[in-house]
Design a protein around this ligand. Structure first.
Ligand SMILES: Cc1ncc(COP(=O)(O)O)c(C=O)c1O
Length: 386
């Protein structure tokens, strides 16, 4: 048996997307900046893809700058105030950001910038009043992750963006886990910058986008040949961008039905795992990503999450310990710590993330497998329920 339940880590390219990738790689592989017919064909591919990605979030195509992925988009957004003026200022992020925001923010802090990390409650949610009181006269940017990758919690982005807007402060959100899974409408939300990644929505790896609200100018992160209208230098990977566009269009078309289907699977898995007294659901029970289930082992213990991932792998299931980007590091999860979990339990988080191929039978089988994986843990990890 082999059942992949790690769609938050990455998703396989769907057949239509792979076909588009291959066709463009064979027929429209030119350098989009070249002034000849090969270049023109590649440039047309980029523009079609820009429209497809833009319409996933109801943006205008000119507002989409292609990047190498979510990490670059996040770095670009959070570093943009520094790139505009390196004089230290104040930034607000949350205590549960992805490392692609948390690390560059810490880097700025080392250079004299003030960083406020908004606290979260036990479900990982920010209280909008905390944002209001954190704002200072020198606050240059607010960045809050929309759908948390490790615990699935959705933030009240509309309220947070409105507060930023009222105070005239730029607002960025990392929507990497949300895009293609929940509707996003930048026409209705006062969001200035928004990060996307192709490989979370059945597109290829190594490509993403930053939405930049029309009228807003931010300095480039990468300088060189002035591609993407001077915003992002580097020869664009035309086949990958074409495939990203295709993936975005298909995701938008399927979203209403697929969201409901995933929610049903998610809720069934939550019900099955809740029946297991040694497990505790992490993240918000209601305000959560439609495909995401995360739990900690009560009592926890060093290496528990990773041992469970390995035991599940032996049983044929692909899941992850907390965020995939932190796998391999036996450090308590900063996200779980911020939510009030003990350091022991913050070592014992696992995540199931469901996708297009997931069926109800996979969910039932995963719950049974997890029970047996729990039995395989050393006794020290199975302290009595707290
Ligand atoms: C919420 C979030 N932001 C950013 C990223 C980074 O995206 P990418 O892998 O495209 O660099 C990820 C990927 O794990 C993510 O889940």
């Amino acid at each position: 048996m082999s059942i992949y339940l790690d769609y938050s880590a990455t998703t396989p390219m769907r057949p239509e997307v792979l076909e588009r990738f291959t066709t463009v790689a064979q027929e429209q592989w030119g350098n989009a900046a070249s002034l000849h017919q090969w270049g023109n064909r590649a440039a047309l591919v980029l523009e079609r893809s820009r429209q497809q990605v833009a319409s996933l979030i109801r943006a205008e195509p000119e507002a989409i700058a292609f990047t190498s992925g979510g990490t670059e988009s996040d770095n670009w957004a959070i570093l943009s105030p520094y790139l505009a003026d390196p004089q230290p200022g104040h930034l607000i992020i949350s205590a549960v950001e992805h490392s692609a925001i948390a690390r560059p923010a810490a880097w700025l802090e080392e250079r004299g910038w003030q960083i406020t990390r908004l606290p979260v409650d036990c479900h990982g949610r920010i209280h909008p009043a905390d944002l209001t009181s954190a704002i200072r006269p020198n606050t240059r940017l607010i960045s809050v992750i929309w759908g948390q990758s490790e615990v699935g919690t959705l933030q009240p982005i509309a309220e947070l963006a409105a507060i930023a807007h009222e105070h005239g402060i730029l607002f960025h959100t990392d929507a990497v886990q949300v895009a293609g899974r929940l509707p996003i409408d930048v026409q209705r939300l006062p969001i200035d910058l928004l990060s996307l990644s192709s490989h979370k929505l059945y597109g290829p790896q190594g490509v993403g986008a930053l939405y930049i609200r029309p009228g807003l100018t931010i300095p480039p992160l990468l300088q060189g040949g002035n591609q993407e209208g001077g915003l992002r230098s580097g020869t664009p990977p035309v086949p990958a961008i074409a495939a990203f566009g295709e993936a975005a269009q298909l995701a938008a078309a399927e979203l209403p039905q697929e969201r409901l289907r995933l929610q049903q699977l998610r809720d069934r898995l939550i019900a099955l795992l809740s029946a297991e007294s040694r497990l505790k659901l992490t993240g918000d029970p209601v305000q959560r990503l439609p495909h995401h289930v995360s739990v900690v082992v009560r009592g926890g213990g060093s290496g528990t999450g990773q041992q469970l991932v390995r035991a599940m792998n032996r049983l044929g299931f692909g899941i992850s310990a907390g965020s995939a980007c932190n796998s391999g590091r036996s450090q308590p999860s900063p996200v779980l710590l911020a939510m009030g979990y003990s350091p022991q339990e913050a070592l014992a988080g696992i995540r199931f993330s469901l996708g297009r191929s997931t069926q109800m039978a996979d969910i039932e089988a995963a719950a049974i497998a997890l029970r047996s994986a729990l039995h395989s843990l050393p006794q020290a990890s199975l302290l009595s329920p707290a």
